[in-house]
Each structure stands twice: as structure tokens, then as C-alpha cells.
Design a protein around this ligand. Structure first.
Ligand SMILES: *[C@@H]1O[C@H](CO)[C@@H](O)[C@H](O)[C@H]1NC(C)=O
Ligand SMILES: *[C@@H]1O[C@H](CO)[C@@H](O)[C@H](O)[C@H]1NC(C)=O
Ligand SMILES: *[C@@H]1O[C@H](CO)[C@@H](O)[C@H](O)[C@H]1NC(C)=O
Ligand SMILES: *[C@@H]1O[C@H](CO)[C@@H](O)[C@H](O)[C@H]1NC(C)=O
Ligand SMILES: *[C@@H]1O[C@H](CO)[C@@H](O)[C@H](O)[C@H]1NC(C)=O
Ligand SMILES: *[C@@H]1O[C@H](CO)[C@@H](O)[C@H](O)[C@H]1NC(C)=O
Ligand SMILES: *[C@@H]1O[C@H](CO)[C@@H](O)[C@H](O)[C@H]1NC(C)=O
Ligand SMILES: *[C@@H]1O[C@H](CO)[C@@H](O)[C@H](O)[C@H]1NC(C)=O
Length: 782
């Protein structure tokens, strides 16, 4: 009777697995309902038409038009992208109902609703979506001003309103969004001047205001030390050149009302890749050293009144792909480095250059100008760019600049009368040039912001440590505190004055970096706090005395005392090797940690090069991932090591399946958990995986268990073991698409834990457990 009971229970559990597997992370019903409602309110757009029941949506393969990301059964990201030319939704569409429905997804962090025909004012209730970090509602028909309630979205990092019909001014409260990194309002009807408060957005990296009706002076942006992209195209900004930081990568001023000359210091913007000042009213000498900025790929000064003489022997950057100097008043001859290379797109028509290849102003026009003689740009020297830069600033900018103004007025008048025989280069040439800077910047701009977040669970809140504190904690980094040296620097154990233990990772940095360079990394690191991660507690910078750049970065983590997962399996903790239940629990912990890294933070961390030796256990045997793909490690550290790359899984780094890289590495960990054998190479992985595959294929418990760690073999339930073995094999699939999702993995492990648990209770309460017959009891005595 008892036996029957057990069997029945097990049967029910197994049945459960069959029914439940497809819905491994079921969405809460209310959220699935909200999606249905959204589908209805959007008038059933074709991109959603295939779905009539969103219960399983968390498991669906993401596609470019419709993606939902869930974390712990609630929707954190919603992306719906309609057809490019979607007309406005019909009259009965209500933006208010639409946003009311959205507010039923309270954990939404990323909201991307593009080209869906949305129209109306953004309602005030958007403030209820207080978790929002990234909003992209471009290419709709939204109008009116940006409501004040957007200022309550304190987590907002990215706001993209491109291609709508918004109007009014950029509000003054914009400066109160502390984390704002990307602000893009391209192609709307915003007007007025920019508020000065914009200069408070210290995290801002991308500011795109093109194709609006802004006018007037650009506020001082020099305090925005992170600003990399500034796009003001097609507005009425001017007349002063914007005051921006030196670190700009992309500057677009095309079609505005800027006058005067370019500032001399522009030639020291050593990170500049894209400069377009075309179609303005700039005057003054062209600074040829712009051509030799180390990273410059695109330079367009066309349609201004730049003057100066060019020489054949001038140098230009190898990076330069396109230069347009047309419609200016340049003299001399084109630099050979520009025209000898046919891969570059070079336009220089409508100047006064000595050339026959592209049409120039008539010589009568040019000769009448005092320009053709006498104005010699500073000497170009073949020195390092940095030195050249300094030289140009002084000579080019100041002296010649003032000399020229008078002459130029004259030139300007004459020029109007000049013939306008325009011959643009072939269109196709220009259109073929493709530059990815903006999208690249936008894509990784999601990273930063500076505010430190407070601790949300057991460990103390994230904070700044002082160097003195760390020295005291480690006895001046004495050898007894030394824990080891990894590819990314040394690790020390420390004891803080309150007695708590910490692990301190010390990273030696490449020279010449300021602590601002690390802001975005620090921001990310401060979010890395989870029960199944060795969580970050804080950081500390050490500076060089001479120039105040950062020499070392210390990252302080919790100290996890019980050794690695490998250790607990192969040697055991206090002589006790982990039981099957404990192993499943550890595996579940690791999977939860991975789930957090992928979906619990934004941006997610993928390709974490997970290894069993990097999984630590604390005193309660809670598994914690101790090493993850910190960007700070791969970018800035002085070691030569490149992250990842050990296993088959890490090679197929297609962005689409990034999450599956970690799933593979997790499979390797699982393989070691099952077999109990340390796996140290790709070769061993495939051998043991094949054995595993063979043993799951055969009938009969003892054969199946032959590969399993003897410690486990003696006390585990077949069903549980089989579930884990199968999920392990799936994780190790060669094809990333065939690997299960993290949620799927987690569900299966939890199922295995349940079955094992039920089996254990039964086998200990009943003498005649049906399972004991599978494995002779005598092995326990051995
Ligand atoms: C709007 O009206 C159309 C018919 O004109 C109807 O099919 C649609 O369901 C209505 N939409 C809403 C949100 O009421
Ligand atoms: C949605 O599908 C799941 C199974 O895929 C089912 O259990 C559920 O009842 C369905 N819900 C609706 C509203 O059809
Ligand atoms: C977009 O609309 C065009 C024309 O209406 C149609 O041919 C195309 O299939 C649509 N694309 C999608 C993804 O719905
Ligand atoms: C925002 O949406 C537009 C399309 O409407 C897209 O081109 C752009 O890449 C999106 N930006 C981000 C950062 O997702
Ligand atoms: C500007 O936005 C409108 C929609 O508001 C769109 O129709 C138009 O194509 C966009 N213009 C450009 C240049 O992208
Ligand atoms: C700016 O736009 C708003 C709303 O579109 C309009 O009411 C206002 O008159 C405009 N101001 C100027 C100076 O054009
Ligand atoms: C330079 O800018 C002008 C408009 O200001 C544009 O017409 C031209 O195509 C640009 N040149 C190149 C090479 O992109
Ligand atoms: C470049 O050529 C000009 C005149 O042709 C000459 O004066 C100058 O010294 C040359 N510069 C270098 C670096 O050779």
C-alpha cells in the first residue's frame, strides 16, 4: 500500500513535469491579460497577430519586432516595433487607456514602442512606471509637450522621442534626471532655447536635438564630462560655437547659424571621430591638423567660408574615410594623402585650389581675393599628433584668425556674384559611406550613470572605501592577507574594523585614466548585488600624485568562506562531500545568479566565463558566482588578458545568443556536479558529456548511474538524477539555439529538487522504499 502511494506521488510529480515544462516561467495572469489588452488597443498590429495567449511569452524567442523579457515572472522589458510606415491608429484609440494598461506592468524597465501609430499627449500617469530606465517611443504621432511627470522617473537613463510631433521647449526640469545618459528628440517640433539645467546632466553621453526649431546659444556643456555625441543638425543654433568637453567623439552642427571660426582647441579633441560643421557661416582659417586627428573618420566643412592654403605634403589620419572641403575659399593644392587613396571619399569642389579634377571657382574670382597669396597656414610638422595639436592651437587659431576677418568680409560680398556652376560628386559615392558611430554610441550608452545604489538585501549598502581603511583591513596588504592572483590582479582578504570580512580585488590600471572614466563601470558594479553573487560592497581609487590620474582600482566584495563548489564536491567540506540535494541546491543558486546577471540588471552581463572554481559557497552552502564579466576588467586593466574563450561555448559570441554562452558554461559545471570528476579541458567535457549521453539512453538505473559520482549514486532518486542529466546535456548542445533558456534550466532543477526531496522523506520514513532496490543498500555501509 505504501509502495503504491509512493508510486502514485511520483507519478503525479512526473506528470507535473510533462504539463509544466512548456510554461517554465509562467507569466502572472494579470500581466498576460495586460498584453492582450495592449494588443487590442493597438488595433492588432501584424507583429502581434500571431499571439492570442501570452501566458508563455517569457519563453518566446525574442524577435526584432516583438520581445518580452521577464524576471521572476514579471515583465521587465517590452519591445514592440511596428511597420515603418504605420499610419496613425484610428480615432477610437485612447492613449490614456493605453498607458493605464501599461501601468499594470509595474516592473517595466525597458519600454520600446516604435512605429505603432500611437497618437496623443503622453499622459501624466507615465510617472507610475517608476522603474523605467529606457524609453524609446520613436516614429509615432505623439504631440504636445513632454509632461512634467516624466521628471518623477528617477531611474530614467535613456529617453528617445525621435520622429514624433512633440513641441514646446525642452523643460527646465530635465536637469533633475540624475541618471539620464541618452536624450534624443530628433525630428520633432521642439522650439525655444535649451535650458541651462541641461549642463547638470553629468551622466549624459548622447544628446541628439537635430531637425527641430531650436534657436539661440547652446548652454555651456563643458561640465558634461561624459558627453560623447552631440547632434544639433538642422536647427537655428548660434552664433557661438558650443562649449563642450574635449572628449567628444561625434559632433554634428550641420545646417545651423554658427559663425566665427572653429575654436582653436578643437584640434586637441583627440577622441573626435566625426566632425560635420557644414552649411553654417563659419569663417577663418581651416585648421589642417583636423585631418590628422588620430581617430577622425569623417570631416565635413563644406558650405562655409574657410580660408587658408593647403599643401601636398600635409598629413592625414589613416582613419579618415571621408572629407568634404567643398564650397569654401581654400587655396594651394590638395594634400596627397587625401587624393592618392581611392578608398577615401574626398570632395573639394568650389574652392580656389590648384586642381583640375574637381571644379573650382573661376580664376578671376579667386585672383581677386587677397587670399590666393600671403596666407600661409602654420607649418605642418611630422611630429606626433599631440604635439602638432598644441602648435596649431596657438598659431592657427589666434594670429591668423584675427588677420583674416577683414579680408573675409570682402570675399563674402564678391562671392555672391561668382558663378555658381556646381558640380557635386556622384551621389552614390556619398551614400555608400556607412558610419556606425551613432548607433554604436547609442547602444553602449545605456551603461552609465553615477549614483550609487543602496543595498537591497543582507549585505551592507554599497559605498566608497578609503585607502587607509583597506590598508588597515589587510595590514598594509601583507602577504598573509594575500589570497591569490588572477588574470585581473591580486585578491586580498581583509577584516574591516567592525570585524566583517571582505575580499579586495586590486586592479592595476592603464596609465592616464581619470576616475570619471570608470563612472559607468562603477555604476554597474554597484548594481551587482544578489544572494547568488559574491556581491560588490564598494570601491576605492588610488591616484598618482603627479597628475591625479588613477593608478589602482580596488573593488571590495563580500568574503565567502566555504571554498569553491569544486572543492566541496571533490574534497568535501569538513570531509563531507555535498549530497545530491545540496548539489541541486547549489546548481539552482548558480542558475539564479545567472538569471540575475542576464535580466536583473540593465544592461545585462553575458558571457561571464563561468567556471566551477569561481562558484563559492558560504557558511550556509549558498552558492555565489564570484567572477562575472565586468567591463572594467576587459577595458582598462593593464594586464594582457582578454576575457572568456576557454570553452566551446564562449566562441560562438553572436550577440543574439549571448545568454546561451553562459548556459553552456553552466552545463559544464553541472557535468562536474553530476560526475564528481574535475573537468579541466574542453576535451574532458566532451568525453564526459558523451558518457552521460550514453548512460541516459540506456534503460536500467544502475547503468544510468555508472557515470555518476559514487557519493551521489548511493542516495539519489532516479527521476531527479535523470532530469538533471538531461538538462545538462541540453545545456551542452553545440548549437546555441538548442540550449535551454536559463528559466527553463531553473525550472528543471527545481523539479529535480522536489522529486529528490519527496523521495528522501519517503525513503527515510519507510523501511520498504521502492527505490532502495535500485541500488544495493550495502554500498552505504562501504
Ligand atoms: C476601434 O474601432 C474599430 C472599428 O472601427 C474596432 O474594430 C476596434 O476594435 C476599435 N478599437 C478599440 C480600441 O475600441
Ligand atoms: C493559454 O495557454 C495555456 C497553455 O499554453 C493554457 O493553460 C491557458 O489556459 C491559455 N489561456 C487562455 C486565456 O487561453
Ligand atoms: C509593412 O507594410 C508593407 C506594406 O503595407 C508590407 O508589404 C510589409 O509586409 C509590412 N511589413 C511587416 C513586417 O508587417
Ligand atoms: C529607438 O527606435 C528607433 C526606431 O524607431 C531605432 O532606430 C533605435 O535604434 C532605437 N534606439 C535604441 C537605443 O533602442
Ligand atoms: C520625421 O518624422 C515624421 C513623422 O513625424 C516622418 O514622417 C518623417 O519621415 C521624419 N523625417 C525624417 C527626415 O526622418
Ligand atoms: C513653441 O511651440 C509651442 C507649442 O508647439 C507654441 O505654442 C509656441 O508658440 C512656440 N513658440 C515659438 C517661439 O515658436
Ligand atoms: C557634407 O555636408 C553637406 C551638407 O551640409 C552634404 O550635402 C554633403 O553630402 C556632405 N559631404 C559628405 C562627403 O558627406
Ligand atoms: C611642405 O611643402 C611646403 C611647400 O611646398 C614647404 O614649405 C614645407 O617645408 C613642406 N613641409 C614639410 C614638412 O615637408
Amino acid at each position: 500500500m505504501a509502495i503504491q502511494n509512493h508510486l502514485l506521488k511520483l507519478f503525479i510529480l512526473c506528470l507535473g513535469s510533462i504539463i509544466l515544462v512548456p510554461c517554465s516561467s509562467q507569466l502572472q495572469t494579470s500581466q498576460a491579460w495586460s498584453l492582450l489588452r495592449i494588443q487590442h488597443l493597438l488595433n492588432y498590429p501584424s507583429v502581434l497577430s500571431s499571439s492570442n495567449n501570452f501566458t508563455d511569452i517569457c519563453d518566446a524567442e525574442p524577435n526584432p519586432y516583438f520581445t518580452v523579457v521577464c524576471y521572476e515572472e514579471s515583465i521587465t522589458q517590452l519591445h514592440i516595433v511596428g511597420n515603418e510606415s504605420t499610419p496613425p491608429l484610428p480615432k477610437n484609440f485612447s492613449i490614456h487607456s493605453f498607458f493605464t494598461t501599461l501601468t499594470r506592468l509595474p516592473n517595466l524597465k525597458v519600454l520600446s514602442l516604435r512605429s505603432l501609430g500611437l497618437w496623443g499627449h503622453i499622459p501624466a500617469k507615465i510617472s507610475r512606471l517608476s522603474s523605467l530606465e529606457i524609453v524609446n517611443i520613436s516614429s509615432n504621432y505623439l504631440y504636445g509637450v513632454i509632461p512634467h511627470e516624466v521628471s518623477y522617473l528617477k531611474n530614467l537613463q535613456t529617453l528617445i522621442l525621435d520622429h514624433n510631433m512633440f513641441g514646446g521647449q525642452i523643460p527646465d526640469w530635465i536637469g533633475s534626471l540624475p541618471l539620464l545618459t541618452v536624450l534624443s528628440v530628433k525630428n520633432n517640433s521642439f522650439n525655444g532655447t535649451l535650458p541651462d539645467s541641461i549642463s547638470k546632466l553629468e551622466s549624459l553621453r548622447v544628446l541628439v536635438l537635430s531637425s527641430n526649431i531650436f534657436h539661440g546659444k547652446v548652454p555651456d556643456l563643458s561640465s558634461l564630462t561624459n558627453l560623447q555625441m552631440l547632434d544639433l543638425e538642422e536647427n537655428y543654433f548660434g552664433p557661438e560655437f558650443p562649449n563642450v568637453g574635449k572628449k567628444l567623439v561625434y559632433l554634428m552642427l550641420r545646417k545651423n547659424k554658427f559663425t566665427d571660426n572653429l575654436p582653436a582647441e578643437i584640434t586637441s579633441w583627440y577622441q573626435l571621430q566625426w566632425l560635420d560643421v557644414s552649411s553654417n557661416r563659419f569663417v577663418g582659417p581651416f585648421q589642417p591638423s583636423l585631418l590628422s586627428l588620430p581617430y577622425i573618420t569623417y570631416l565635413n566643412i563644406s558650405g562655409n567660408r574657410f580660408t587658408g592654403m593647403l599643401f601636398q605634403n600635409m598629413s592625414c589620419s589613416d582613419a579618415l574615410e571621408s572629407a568634404d572641403l567643398s564650397e569654401n575659399l581654400l587655396t594651394g593644392s590638395m594634400p596627397a594623402c587625401l587624393i592618392s587613396n581611392s578608398n577615401k571619399i574626398v570632395v573639394y569642389s568650389e574652392n580656389c585650389l590648384a586642381t583640375k579634377t574637381q571644379s573650382q571657382h573661376p580664376s578671376s574670382f579667386c585672383q581677386n581675393q587677397a587670399l590666393a597669396v600671403g596666407i600661409v597656414p602654420h607649418k605642418q610638422k611630422k611630429v606626433s599628433v599631440v604635439k602638432a595639436i598644441r602648435l596649431v592651437c596657438v598659431v592657427g587659431g589666434v594670429i591668423i584668425g584675427s588677420l583674416l576677418v577683414a579680408i573675409l568680409i570682402l570675399v563674402a560680398i564678391r562671392r555672391v556674384n561668382a558663378s555658381r556652376a556646381k558640380k557635386r560628386p556622384p551621389r552614390s559615392l556619398i551614400e555608400h559611406a556607412s558610419y556606425n558611430i551613432p548607433s554604436k554610441l547609442l547602444a553602449d550608452a545605456r551603461y552609465i550613470s553615477q549614483t550609487m545604489k543602496l543595498g537591497a538585501f543582507g549585505v551592507s549598502s554599497y559605498r566608497l572605501f578609503s585607502l587607509e581603511e583597506l590598508e588597515a583591513a589587510t595590514n598594509n596588504f601583507e602577504t598573509s592577507a594575500f589570497m591569490g592572483e588572477g588574470s585581473h590582479g591580486q585578491m586580498y582578504r581583509g577584516s574591516l574594523h567592525d570585524g566583517s570580512m571582505v575580499a579586495i580585488r586590486c586592479l592595476k590600471l592603464k596609465k592616464g585614466q581619470s576616475c570619471q572614466n570608470f563612472n559607468r563601470h562603477i555604476e554597474l558594479i554597484s548594481k551587482l548585488r544578489h544572494r547568488h553573487l559574491v556581491s560588490a560592497l564598494g570601491h576605492c581609487f588610488e591616484y598618482y600624485l603627479d597628475d591625479s590620474t588613477v593608478s589602482r582600482l580596488f573593488l571590495i566584495f563580500e568574503y565567502v568562506s566555504n571554498g569553491t563548489l569544486r572543492n566541496s564536491i571533490s574534497e568535501g567540506i569538513g570531509g563531507q562531500k555535498l549530497t545530491w540535494s545540496q548539489r541541486i541546491a547549489a546548481a539552482i543558486g548558480v542558475a539564479r545568479g545567472i538569471q540575475f546577471l542576464h535580466a536583473g540588471i540593465i544592461p545585462g552581463l553575458f558571457a561571464n566565463n563561468l567556471k566551477i572554481t569561481n562558484i563559492l559557497l558560504d557558511q550556509n552552502l549558498v552558492a555565489k558566482i564570484s567572477s562575472y564579466n565586468l567591463p572594467v576588467l576587459s577595458e582598462s586593466v593593464r594586464s594582457e588578458v582578454v576575457a572568456g574563450g576557454s570553452s566551446n561555448g564562449t566562441k560562438d559570441g553572436k550577440t543574439k545568443h549571448l545568454d546561451k554562452i553562459d548556459v553552456y558554461d553552466f552545463g559544464v559545471i553541472l557535468l562536474e556536479i553530476i560526475s564528481g570528476r574535475p573537468i579541466t579541458s574542453q576535451h574532458e567535457t566532451s568525453i564526459i558529456k558523451n558518457e552521460l549521453q550514453a548512460s541516459t539512453a540506456v534503460d536500467g538505473s544502475s547503468k544510468m548511474k555508472s557515470i555518476v559520482d559514487p557519493v551521489v549514486r548511493r542516495a539519489c532518486c532516479d527521476e531527479s538524477l535523470k532530469t538533471v542529466m538531461e538538462i545538462c546535456i541540453r545545456c551542452l548542445s553545440k548549437e546555441p539555439t538548442e540550449r535551454p533558456s536559463v528559466d527553463d534550466v531553473l525550472w528543471n532543477l527545481q523539479f529535480a529538487a522536489q522529486v529528490q526531496d519527496a523521495w528522501r522523506k519517503d525513503s527515510s520514513s519507510s523501511e520498504s522504499s521502492p527505490f532502495s532496490s535500485y541500488e544495493p543498500r550495502r554500498s552505504l555501509a562501504a
